[in-house]
Design a protein around this ligand. Structure first.
Ligand code: GLU
Length: 452
């Protein structure tokens, strides 16, 4: 039997090959490191997982699509963006994962997101594979008509790669209800099919699921609550620091308030807001969802309890729990040290990979409960899978039913991660628990389905 150390040496070798074969993709390297660094115990314990080629197949996307997206702005100027869809793994179901429209998008970013998505989706226990896509298009400051033309051009290529049984995109940063509407319209027009299950995050009246917009944020708070419960605590009366001001952050703040906690911050790329009285959600929703404005407008209109801090780090604000809900690598080692110094008890990732590896290490060493995104933010994609189920049955569930399912799923994910970590001698280590539990489910399906 191979020892853990021998197995880790083999995995380290594979990581070197990944870096060599995928140059200039630092985010993908980081995501691969984070997973492969925790798999040695399970691969050493179960010889079938050491089978040559299994992990090598897992780190290579099944298919990667890149395409030109030309579109015209309101002045008639032509712009050329790049579109991506990385279909990473379909052992458990159709590829499933969001589309991100942001200037930082490149192949490496989409691959990191797609890779994470495989394990996240496996953890939900539902039948969904992993994929991700997007574009380096920046929707900020663009008119509705420009966003529509961009989405139509994007879908004019993407449609041939997706389908309810093949690949089911949804939203992510820069892609919300408006964009999903334009994308769905173009898909329907080109294919001449009413195929509701081809996209999730749709509008309520035309195949969308209740609670889908709320699901990622609500789910993350439920995961944080489960971690605290494990330590004999709850959210009641806790102060929370939340980053971001998009869909994930907004519904994180909403659920925190519902469970008796007080979220005192939100942020965007211009800086952060701290509001001693707790974030006023109606005002934040008005500014971000209706006016599509910046968070400094919140502080201006809120009155004396709130102030806007340009630049700066939201993690400087003292809190009991921290919920990073903006983007990758937004919480580094220094931020982690500040949070620890201020007595943080739990950090739960609403965004994908927001904490750097050094930050995660420091938080865990200090005994802070740390919920990795692939477990903690899986509520969004889980409700997407429930949307697919409703579409397939041509029905729609009540908000109460969807939320009940979401609560079960998040508690199950927490239990699975917790128990798996204990089984592999890493009690309380949700990173190891999430990676191994997700890996086991995908790896078993891949082994059963042969070398493909
Ligand atoms: N973009 C979300 C995520 O990172 C949701 C994906 C989906 O609903 O398919 O999980």
């Amino acid at each position: 039997m191979t020892t853990r150390r021998e197995t880790q040496t083999r995995l380290d070798q594979l990581l070197k090959e990944i870096e060599h074969r995928n140059p200039a993709q630092p985010e993908f390297h980081q995501a691969a490191h984070e997973v492969l660094e925790t798999l040695a115990p399970v691969v050493a314990a179960r010889p079938e997982y050491a089978e040559p080629g299994l992990i090598e197949r897992l780190v290579e996307p099944e298919r990667q699509v890149m395409f030109r997206v030309p579109w015209q702005d309101d002045q008639g100027r032509v712009h050329v963006n790049r579109g991506f869809r990385v279909e990473f793994n379909s052992a458990l179901g159709p590829y499933k994962g969001g589309l991100r429209f942001h200037p930082s998008v490149n192949l490496g970013v989409i691959k990191f997101l797609g890779f994470e998505q495989i394990f996240k989706n496996a953890l939900t226990g539902l039948g969904i594979g992993g994929g991700k896509g997007g574009s380096d298009f920046d929707p900020h400051g663009r008119s509705d008509a420009e966003v529509m033309r961009f989405c139509q051009s994007f879908m004019t290529e993407l449609y041939r790669h997706i389908g309810e049984h093949t690949d089911v995109p949804a939203g992510d940063i820069g892609v919300g209800g408006r964009e999903i509407g334009y994308l769905f319209g173009q898909y329907r027009r080109i294919t001449n099919r009413w195929e509701a299950g081809v996209l999730t995050g749709k509008g309520q009246g035309w195949g969308g699921s209740l609670i889908r917009p709320e699901a990622t944020g609500y789910g993350n708070v439920l995961f944080a609550a489960a971690m605290l419960r494990e330590r004999g605590e709850d959210l009641e009366g806790q102060t929370a620091v939340v980053s971001g001001s998009g869909n994930v952050a907004i519904y994180t703040i909403e659920k925190l308030a519902a469970l008796g906690a007080n979220a005192v911050t939100c942020s965007d790329s211009s800086g952060y807001v701290v509001d001693e009285k707790g974030i006023d959600l109606d005002l934040l929703k008005q500014i971000k969802e209706v006016e599509r404005g910046r968070v400094d407008a919140y502080a201006e209109r809120r009155g004396s309890s709130a102030r806007f801090v340009p630049g700066g780090s939201v993690w400087d604000v003292p809190a009991d729990i921290a919920l990073p809900s903006a983007t990758q690598n937004e919480l580094d080692e220094n931020d982690a040290a500040t949070l620890i110094h201020n007595g943080v008890k739990a950090v739960s990732e609403g965004a994908n990979m927001p904490a750097t590896p050094e930050a995660v290490h420091l938080l865990q060493k200090a005994g802070v409960a740390f919920g990795p995104g692939k477990a903690a933010n899986a509520g969004g994609v889980a409700v997407s899978a429930l949307e697919m189920a409703q579409n397939h049955a041509r029905t729609s569930w009540t908000a109460a039913r969807v939320e009940e399912e979401l609560t079960h799923i998040m508690n199950d994910i927490h239990t699975t991660c917790h128990e798996t970590a204990e089984r592999y001698d890493a009690p309380g280590d949700y990173v190891t628990g999430a990676n191994i539990a997700g890996f086991e489910r995908v790896a078993d399906a891949m082994l059963a389905q042969g070398v493909i």
